[in-house]
Design a binder for this molecule. Structure first.
Ligand code: OFO
Length: 164
């Protein structure tokens, strides 16, 4: 495996791990405030990011690289509102997308079509996750401070759950 690409893939393991831990913290925040639907949504998102991370670990190791399991900083655990929670979600996904795009770019520069091909799965995954994050954030912006709106949002959120 090309060394620079291996390094970028190892960085990506860290970003996916960070997202997984961040979403777990967000699930827990929602859980302790009675937003069970939102909590389940983020518990599932956290699992999905863990799957994204493991997929990279296996891919690197299977191609005679060495996957590095990172240390993760304590995630953010305080949010003012559901809107802020979902702004954090969207920002995190946008960040991950930018890093994936960068790997794709570097693969093309170095003609590493193998990794380029592998990363396509992440590209579609990110499209889906960003779309969901935006849809949910739009809904929250319409709801504003309305408590019964929050109640319905929490009740219905898992009908928007991403797959993958
Ligand atoms: Fe949604 O971050 Fe993984 O790919």
């Amino acid at each position: 495996m090309i060394q620079e690409i291996e390094k970028l893939l190892n960085d990506q393991i860290r970003y996916e791990a960070k997202a997984s831990v961040q979403y777990l913290s967000m699930a827990s925040w929602a859980d302790t405030r009675g937003y069970n639907g939102v909590a389940n949504f983020f518990y599932t998102q956290s699992e999905e990011e863990r799957v994204h991370m493991i997929k990279l670990v296996k891919f690197i190791n299977e191609r005679s690289g060495v996957a590095i399991i990172p240390e993760i900083d304590k995630p953010r655990d305080d949010f003012d509102s559901l809107t802020e929670l979902f702004e954090t979600f969207l920002k995190s996904e946008e960040f991950v997308t930018s890093k994936i795009n960068n790997i794709i770019y570097e693969c093309l520069q170095r003609q590493d079509y193998n990794v380029h091909n592998f990363m396509q799965w992440y590209v579609s995954e990110q499209l889906e996750e960003e779309a969901i994050a935006r849809t949910l954030l739009d809904k929250l912006r319409i709801i504003g401070e309305d408590k019964s709106g929050h109640y319905l949002f929490d009740r219905d959120i898992n009908t928007f759950q991403a797959g993958g």
